[in-house]
Design a protein around this ligand. Structure first.
Ligand SMILES: Cc1cc2nc3c(=O)[nH]c(=O)nc-3n(C[C@H](O)[C@H](O)[C@H](O)COP(=O)(O)OP(=O)(O)OC[C@H]3O[C@@H](n4cnc5c(N)ncnc54)[C@H](O)[C@@H]3O)c2cc1C
Length: 500
């Protein structure tokens, strides 16, 4: 140690000395923790392998194209479109892509209230490509998740986006939880998920030395990706087609039927009273995520049904020196209540956030539809929940779970405890705060979380179709959801004659 310090002092400048000592201290700290409890991998999935494009390399050309002045010949009409899509999250974008693929002459507009696409749920999530374990066989979720995962891997490969098929363990800590592992195995197999295997505690330790559990379901086809980047990439494909106009900072606030049977959408910048923006479209598809119920209400859909309740998922991340604690997705068995699948460990791909391991999310009720922090509060949003009987039914039925989530959101130790159940070496000084995401979940009568995607058709005399519920795994499934929505629209709208 003395020799090391002498070497540093005599050969390096002051600033270099500081960072060098800091690095040594971090390594020393990591080693001392390691010798007591945990073993670290050398790398996370995708690190150090064949060089993938960096974020700047990927986004540089995308940004340049986005801000280039469009060729007026190529740009679609300013205010009338064949189709308008409201909501530039991954569901709206993938649906738009599917329409352009199927109909070579159609023009469309995407209206997005934020200054950029993919900024809400699509930009704040775990980034997991789910294999299809959790969904009822025969459901749309099961079908679109399994198909969507294949399409997502293929899309990332085609566009050279970072993606890793790193696999996942769903761990059971005791015999009772093992029953759930067996159920997931049966369900996943029925859904057509490939490569599933139930493994015992010894095999778990061989795959992940820091995970201690009774048994686990191993899913090799689960992966990781950055959905925000996928969204940016789709948006640019749409722009490049010359048939899609992505209108950002355009919040759709009013929908009217015109005398010639089209839909007029009036809107403008969020919060602002003006200036008013206006477009018309032959048909409209809304994919409003956190606001899907309110938008449906504006279009004339049934606002009393499929009310959205929003939950914040807070993440921690492993500090750089501990980020290789695991190298696969490690999930507990589902917590019940129909809301997300519990605090898990997920390595991230090298896009936007770098190679890290995130730990989370919880599922804490929010006091604002965009409640990214605990104290974000909007009276209208709270009032909506107060008046929502399905929400009360859910909260009362799952009182312990709901309160536990609130407590966990506020208390780091309680949060960590959920992870320590199966990664016992995890300690408070290994993690630092990370980002949070807000998820939309529809609750039906009796407080049951809607367990499938919901599409509402025949709104405004059949001119509008609303996507009402698209919770996880809607990112994984997005390309397949796009196919499903366009299939539904084709059935209802007889597009071949009317849209083109
Ligand atoms: C914490 C968390 C973790 C998750 N983990 C995963 C995961 O690992 N894997 C997975 O597959 N899924 C995951 N999900 C689910 C997934 O992120 C969502 O299901 C998916 O992003 C939904 O996409 P969307 O396009 O419907 O919604 P969003 O991405 O929310 O997009 C809706 C868009 O509509 C816009 N909008 C709303 N109102 C208006 C209006 N009036 N006018 C114009 N625009 C409007 C919004 O600004 C937004 O951009 C997770 C979600 C969360 C929150």
């Amino acid at each position: 140690m003395v020799l090391r310090n002498l070497f540093i002092k005599s050969t390096l400048k002051h600033s270099q000395r500081r960072s060098c000592l800091l690095a040594f201290r971090q390594i020393h700290h990591a080693r001392s923790c390691l010798s007591q409890t945990v073993k670290l991998w050398d790398q996370l999935p995708g690190e150090g392998g064949s060089k993938k494009k960096g974020l700047e390399e990927l986004l540089g050309p995308l940004r340049a194209e986005k801000f280039a002045i469009p060729d007026p010949q190529q740009t679609v009409g300013h205010d009338h479109f064949d189709i308008a899509i409201v909501g530039g999250g991954i569901v709206g974008l993938a649906t738009a892509r599917e329409i352009l693929k199927r109909y070579p002459n159609v023009t469309l507009a995407i209206l997005e209230k934020e200054p950029d696409v993919a900024g809400q749920q699509t930009g704040h999530n775990s980034g997991v490509i789910h294999a299809g374990l959790y969904y009822e066989p025969g459901s749309q979720m099961a079908h679109t998740c399994v198909r969507g995962a294949d399409l997502m891997y293929a899309y990332c490969k085609e566009h050279d986006l970072p993606v890793e098929r790193c696999g996942k363990l769903v761990v059971a800590c005791n015999e009772k939880e093992h029953e759930q592992v067996e159920k997931l195995y049966r369900q996943g197999t029925a859904n057509g998920v490939k490569g599933l295997k139930i493994i015992d505690s010894k095999e778990i330790t061989e795959l992940e030395p820091n995970v201690k559990a009774y048994s686990a379901l191993y899913s090799p086809n689960t992966g990781i990706v950055n959905y925000w980047l996928v969204g940016q990439c789709i948006a640019n494909e749409l722009r490049k087609s010359g048939r899609a106009d992505i209108k950002t900072s355009f919040e759709a606030k009013k929908f009217d039927k015109t005398s010639d049977g089209k839909v007029k959408i009036t809107g403008g910048e969020q919060i602002m009273d003006g200036p008013h923006l206006e477009i018309t479209a032959n048909k409209v598809i809304t994919c409003g995520g956190l606001y899907s119920d309110r938008i449906a209400g504006l279009t004339g859909g049934d606002a009393s049904k499929h009310k959205v309740v929003t939950f914040r998922g807070t993440y921690y991340q492993l500090k750089p020196e501990f980020r290789t604690l695991i190298k696969r997705n490690i999930y507990p068995v589902p917590s019940g209540g129909g809301i997300p699948v519990g605090v898990h460990f997920t390595p991230t791909v090298d896009a936007r956030r770098g190679h890290q391991t995130i730990v989370g999310p919880g599922a804490c009720i929010t006091f604002s539809r965009e409640g990214y922090r605990f104290f974000d509060f909007k009276i209208k949003d709270v009032w909506d929940n107060v008046m929502n009987s399905a929400f009360w039914a859910f909260a009362l039925k799952n009182f312990g779970l709901s309160m536990g989530e609130v407590y966990r959101d506020l208390n780091k130790n309680a949060f960590l405890k959920s992870g320590q159940k199966y990664v016992p070496g995890l300690t408070g000084d290994m993690v630092e705060p990370s980002f949070s995401g807000v998820m939309a979940q529809v609750f039906e009568k009796g407080g049951i979380a809607a367990s499938d995607f919901i599409v509402e058709t025949n709104v405004m005399d059949g001119l509008i179709l609303n996507v009402r519920n698209a919770p996880s795994p809607a990112c994984t499934a997005s390309f397949a959801i796009g196919e499903m929505v366009v299939d539904r629209a084709e059935q209802d709208w007889d597009w071949k004659e009317k849209v083109q």
